[in-house]
Ligand binder design. Sequence first.
Ligand code: PMP
Length: 301
Amino acid sequence: MYPGRSLITPLVPITLGDHPPIWCKLEFLNPSGSTKDRIARFILEKAYREGRIKEGDLIAEASSGSTSIAMALVSAQMGFRFIAVMPEGVSAERAMMIRGYGGEIILTPKEEGIFGALREVQRLGREEGAFLPLQFENEDNARAHRVGTAHEVINQIPGGSVAAVVSGVGTGGTLVGLYEGLRDSGCNVVPIVARPINRTSFGDVECCSFSARIPGVVDRLSKIFREDRLPGLLTIEVEDDEAIAATRKIIAKGFPVGPSSGLNFCAAIEAAKRINGPIVTVFPDRMERYFTTELFSTYRS
Ligand code: PMP
């Protein structure tokens, strides 16, 4: 059993031009490189304390991204076996990280997408007795941010008050948890979704749709992300090209982040035009996960 410990990530004010500083939570500094360490640690430690899992037990999650990498790392530290179930076609780097932490990977048919992976995870739960964290429906996902991330922000922000919190939504755990935790601390805070859009025009007809170019931010139903939990919710749309350009600028300032950080930052700049007071956002993960993507395409020699 590892000596349970979680990190406090820095909260730093950053500007990229003519706008008020945005308070950015450097979540990419977590040990596995993303904010998902928090939910992996919170969910697995709680299940362990409550006697629902013990050393040697199997954990299974359907995620090809940060959550599986974080679950693999925390499982390695706590002595669990871990299987990540993901559709074929996932990047080699991600699979290597999971295997590096001693995790296994089961690939499901590409054409079945995430649903094939979810079905296989349910089978592992039923037939192999695996513990299933189920990040899209587990309330402990939001709770990890409510008692962890939000509490840190309140202690770090000068004046102890936040006017708005901005995040792209995958499961919604980050935005819901941060909002609820800040509200618990007495902040009158506006929750804001950063939504990546792709604008295309066909002749003179302009068409605008959710963009899948920002990994981690999905347009899928989550049981955690419910608008009735987020009174006064605003959505700020950011063009995906703009998000990627901002990500490159943030990296060039010395913060090694992935594309959703640029998305969050652009939405936070827009939020600062509408709302007075400190704006907080998150930098969810690290740039190294995106070396083979368009983010770095212009830097290849
Ligand atoms: N992973 C990454 C890399 C992200 O950028 C984001 C969005 N901020 C998420 C996950 C989504 O977080 P959550 O599941 O808490 O909504």
